[in-house]
Design a protein around this ligand. Structure first.
Ligand SMILES: NC(=O)c1ccc[n+]([C@@H]2O[C@H](COP(=O)([O-])OP(=O)(O)OC[C@H]3O[C@@H](n4cnc5c(N)ncnc54)[C@H](O)[C@@H]3O)[C@@H](O)[C@H]2O)c1
Length: 461
């Protein structure tokens, strides 16, 4: 007899599967939690103190449970055979081929997982969708698992993950809400209750929302679309501020104090990135097109288009300001991660900016406290003069400009006089995150270009 009440399996040990399972294992010592992945290197890293992803507080959480009730392995089949509850947390990127290319979700990893579960399961199971999926995907999972199957019963639940990279542990420990969707049948209700029992180990009952499956699946896409829409909205206003001498920080503060609007996600920037916003909005757009709602699709697609426009606008502004040429100029890119406190570079605005700068034949040096290994992978096939330097003081040596792409607090605390002294002059600072003290840098001698605020330059017209 196992010492554990139930065995939870998670397929996919990525940015979501790893931290989520570490939290469940830490909070539920009476459940065995087994995390599996096809990627051997990733699993080996989860078993070490050099985890495959950087996330504040993650290592401590993993250490609470690893070896006690938290296990990592590549043995997916054996894991399935033993499990009572199977979380599926595999990647669901944007499909890049065939029908729906560039918009629809690529469900190949998802479907392969469904078939593998069917092949290896030995007892009644609950399958939990953790990955972000198009509405009604649970139906496909159920069909695959239930077709010609008299061996075991299965209920499919949707339990989307709302954690944000960089604050994953905080978000998991103290979530705004946990959302669980399931069938409106007695078996569906029982499966929902079984999952509620897991979360109730540490989340207040009133924060655990239960809905039908389709509302839960759709809510995740809609949450990301609404958040991204706020970023794109304030970014459009940043351009207007630059033309009118209004200050986008002041505007954001003024409207953000309206409790109906709220202050979060109103920071103007070079644009949003990350693996989720663009992919999930495009997924929503594809669903709207599929259901014959072209106006709704066009409305949400514009959120992504504005993001692309803001990224390009930032780099165009760099080139124009530097006398319309960056050929052979050294440009220090401060930050390559898509946001602070993560090494994740998926869809990072910095990637697109670097490509654009290389096309203009600039000489680019990339500086980031966590993301250099990922930057090297992302830029491996890109032609041009690229180098990597973790020390910002060395990265700035001889540079004509610094461009800030990630809001790492490290970049706020640098000695910018020391940096200015080793740069070539005139020295430019393009602050794509509005994080440095613009007046102080201007007084040192920099020509400063923030987002959505008047530039501070030493040139007379
Ligand atoms: N990253 C985020 O911030 C975030 C937040 C909420 C939701 N999500 C969603 O969660 C899902 C996972 O995202 P992620 O960022 O963790 O992705 P990821 O790419 O970091 O991890 C996915 C993992 O699944 C593994 N995998 C794929 N197919 C497999 C199979 N058949 N068997 C075993 N392992 C397999 C891959 O090797 C990879 O390690 C996506 O649907 C995403 O949209 C992500």
């Amino acid at each position: 007899m196992s010492e554990f009440k139930k065995t939870i399996l998670c397929i996919g040990a990525g940015y979501v599967g790893g931290p989520t399972m570490a939290m469940i294992a830490a909070k539920c010592p009476n459940y065995k939690v087994h995390v599996v992945d096809l990627n051997e290197e990733r699993i080996a890293a989860w078993q070490s103190d050099d985890l495959p992803i950087y996330e504040p507080g993650l290592l401590d959480t993993v250490k609470v449970a690893r070896g006690r009730n938290l296990f990592f392995s590549t043995n997916v089949d054996a894991g399935i055979a033993e499990a009572d509850i199977i979380f599926v947390s595999v990647n669901t990127p944007t499909k890049m081929f065939g029908r729906g290319a560039g918009k629809a979700a690529d469900l190949q990893y998802w479907e392969k997982t469904a078939r593998q579960i069917k092949r290896c399961a030995t007892k009644d199971i609950i399958v939990v969708e953790k990955s972000t999926l198009p509405v009604r995907t649970a139906e496909a999972m159920e069909r695959i698992l239930r077709e010609e199957n008299d061996d075991f019963k299965v209920e499919v639940l949707s339990n989307p993950e709302f954690l944000a990279e960089g604050t994953a542990i905080r978000d998991l420990e103290n979530p705004d809400r946990v959302l669980i969707g399931g069938r409106e049948t007695p078996a569906g209700a029982q499966a929902i209750q079984d999952l509620v029992d897991v979360y109730e180990h540490w989340v207040d009952s009133d924060k655990i929302l239960t809905t039908n499956t389709w509302s839960s699946e759709l809510s995740k896409l809609v949450a990301n679309a609404f958040l991204a829409q706020r970023v794109s909205s304030i970014n459009t206003i940043s351009a207007l501020c630059e033309k009118t001498e209004a200050n986008v920080k002041e505007v954001a503060r003024a409207i953000g104090t309206d409790s109906r609007i709220g202050s979060r996600f109103l920071y103007a920037s070079v644009g949003f990135g990350g693996s989720c916003f663009q992919k999930d909005i495009l997924n929503l757009v594809y669903l709207c097109e599929h259901f014959g709602l072209p106006e709704v699709a066009a409305y949400w697609e514009q959120v992504v288009e504005v993001n692309n426009w803001q990224r390009t606008r930032f780099v165009n502004n760099m080139i124009t300001s530097m006398f319309n040429t960056v050929v052979d100029k050294k440009i220090a890119i401060f930050g390559f991660a898509f946001k602070a406190d993560t090494g994740d570079t998926r869809e990072s605005p910095a990637f697109y900016a670097v490509k654009q700068l290389l096309e203009e034949r600039a000489n680019v040096v990339i500086c980031d406290p966590q993301a250099i290994p990922n930057a090297q992978i992302d830029l491996a096939g890109v032609k041009g003069n690229i180098s990597y330097e973790a020390d910002p003081y060395k990265a700035a040596e001889g540079a004509a400009a610094i461009a800030i792409f990630t809001e790492w607090s490290d970049f706020k605390e640098l000695d910018y006089q020391k940096i200015y002294d080793v740069m070539s002059h005139p020295a430019f600072m393009f602050d794509g995150r509005n994080i440095v003290d613009h007046q102080a840098l201007y007084e040192i001698g920099f020509n400063v270009y923030p987002i959505g605020m008047s530039k501070k330059v030493h040139f007379t017209k």
